[in-house]
Write a new protein. Structure first.
Lengths: 245, 255
């Protein structure tokens, strides 16, 4: 485990060191960016809408019973912006994009394509890791911003159509506006930026250390997703602690 | 048989006491070999004798536990040697990038190092593919090629580097006899045309004796013999004799 952590830290360092060469890889960054966005946007839209809706549904009736109808908008707003959108979307991306990264790089490792790169004096970190990480670090915060907006909309719709809550959409957003500040949204977006690096590093690292045939690739994919999720949740706590101050 | 070409651009390779173990298994037991600039040197031996492992060390993919590998007198592990000498490897599987077209595969070295304009890369790629008999396959994906075509595409990818040293790992494995001959002739032609040093790892006896200037026989991580094809053929070493004369012992029966 400690060896893996050390290797991931080293990989992160080397990738950050390769950042000055990013302009050379711009075509691949755009390609990856499109892949990530295209693969995830619809899914994120649906998930976020229902996520916002379910927060309103779970909390709305309880608040309404206590005469706090108007707090639903603020609660959904804060919950989506600071916690649900960044963590759920990062987990979704780990499953959807991280697994694909680990599988692709793992398969390149098993079938000697990475060795072929090295014999051509092409650095696999510049060619494979850097574009994926940069694309992910740009795409995930954008997707999370989008998720927050759709989640708010979902919460507002559910709060207005549910008899036990019964708050007009306009009142929902008025209340949200009085509670949610720009820094709350920035807080969630910043978290997602950090999670993007976690997903990218863990997935690329698992791909690069793949051994064996198809079974090895499968094992790497599973480890990439599971390790990413564990690290996202752990770092979420750490970041929340830091950002509280 | 063939004499090495006089005017060559190839580089020489020296291996001195190269040792490598994986766990408790010693795969290379102190290999000493010298490949002269511009020659076709075939390293032959049975499967699992350490041929491919040695080849990976020669191009710097693996690091020996002891000993050194020199290219024109400079250690392969010295920073900048890979930039100084142009070396390429043709992998046993071809190792083409499955997500790229044949044209992108062949031109990858030039495009990644930004050595030529896209139009020029396209022209050079077409030229190299024509050299290996794959004219017009630029837009195909590796999955659409036969085994022999993949090997030739891998050779084209190696050629684009304009190498001074090409390493071939089992270039005729999994190929039918006709394709194997085509690949063998390709190796010969390249050597005669551009004088590239070729280090070929193979257990294919026909290929080895058909193209080599010199042959080394490796067995269980040790070099048993080095010499011209005729010298190796005349060897009295029992392992070499067994390897060279392995055949079926089938009794004649009438159906």
């Amino acid at each position: 485990m400690f060896q893996n952590i050390g290797e991931m830290v080293l990989l992160l360092g080397r990738t950050l060191g390769a950042l000055p060469f990013i302009w050379r890889q711009r075509a691949k960054v755009l390609e990856q960016f499109y892949e990530i966005g295209n693969a995830s946007l619809l899914m994120i839209c649906v998930l976020s809408f229902f996520l916002g809706g379910v927060i309103a549904l779970q909390t709305g009736p309880l608040l309404a019973e206590r005469g706090l109808h108007n707090a639903v908008g603020g609660l959904v707003g804060i919950a989506m912006a600071k916690e649900f959108a960044p963590i759920m979307m990062s987990i979704l991306i780990a499953g959807r994009v991280g697994s694909a990264m680990a599988a692709e790089i793992g398969s390149m490792r098993v079938y000697q394509e990475i060795d072929a790169l090295r014999t051509m004096n092409i650095n696999p970190i510049h060619y494979l890791v850097l574009p994926r990480l940069v694309a992910l670090a740009c795409a995930l915060p954008m997707l999370v911003t989008f998720s927050i907006l759709v989640g708010w909309l979902g919460g507002a719709v559910v709060a207005s159509v549910t008899g036990q809550i019964d708050i007009p959409i306009q009142s929902f957003f008025t209340n949200m506006k009085s509670v949610v500040e720009v820094k709350d949204v920035a807080n969630g977006v910043f978290k997602s930026f950090c999670f993007a690096w976690i997903v990218g590093i863990v997935s690329c690292h698992q791909g690069l250390i793949t051994r064996g045939g198809p079974r090895g690739i499968g094992r790497s994919v599973t480890k990439a997703v599971v390790n990413s999720i564990v690290l996202i949740v752990m770092f979420d706590y750490v970041l929340t602690r830091i950002l509280l101050h | 048989m063939n004499a090495p070409p006089n005017a060559h651009q190839g580089v020489g390779v020296q291996m001195r006491g190269v040792r490598r173990s994986f766990g408790k298994q010693e795969v290379l037991k102190g290999i000493d070999l010298e490949v002269q600039a511009g020659e076709i040197f075939v390293l032959m031996g049975p499967s699992g004798s350490g041929k491919s492992v040695l080849l990976r060390h020669v191009i710097g993919l693996d690091v020996p536990d002891a000993g050194e590998i020199l290219v024109n007198g400079e250690s392969i592990l010295t920073p900048g040697v890979m930039d100084k000498f142009r070396m390429a490897m043709v992998f046993q599987s071809g190792a083409l990038f499955n997500s790229l077209t044949v044209g992108e595969n062949v031109g990858l070295y030039l495009s990644e190092h930004q050595l030529k304009s896209p139009a020029e890369i396209a022209r050079i790629v077409a030229e190299k593919l024509a050299v290996v008999g794959l004219k017009g396959t630029e837009e195909k994906f590796p999955s659409e090629l036969s085994g022999g075509m993949k090997k030739r595409a891998a050779i084209a990818r190696a050629l684009i580097i304009e190498p001074q040293l090409i390493l071939y790992d089992e270039p005729t494995s999994e190929l039918d006899p006709l394709s194997a001959v085509v690949i063998g002739e390709e190796i010969l032609t390249l050597n005669q045309r551009i004088g590239v040093t070729s280090l070929v790892v193979s257990h294919d006896r026909d290929l080895a004796f058909g193209i080599a200037h010199r042959i080394a026989v490796i067995h269980e991580g040790e070099i048993l013999a080095v010499g011209s094809p005729d010298e190796v053929r005349r060897s009295h070493h029992p392992v070499i004799r067994e390897f060279l004369h392995a055949d079926f012992h089938r009794e004649k029966t009438s159906l």
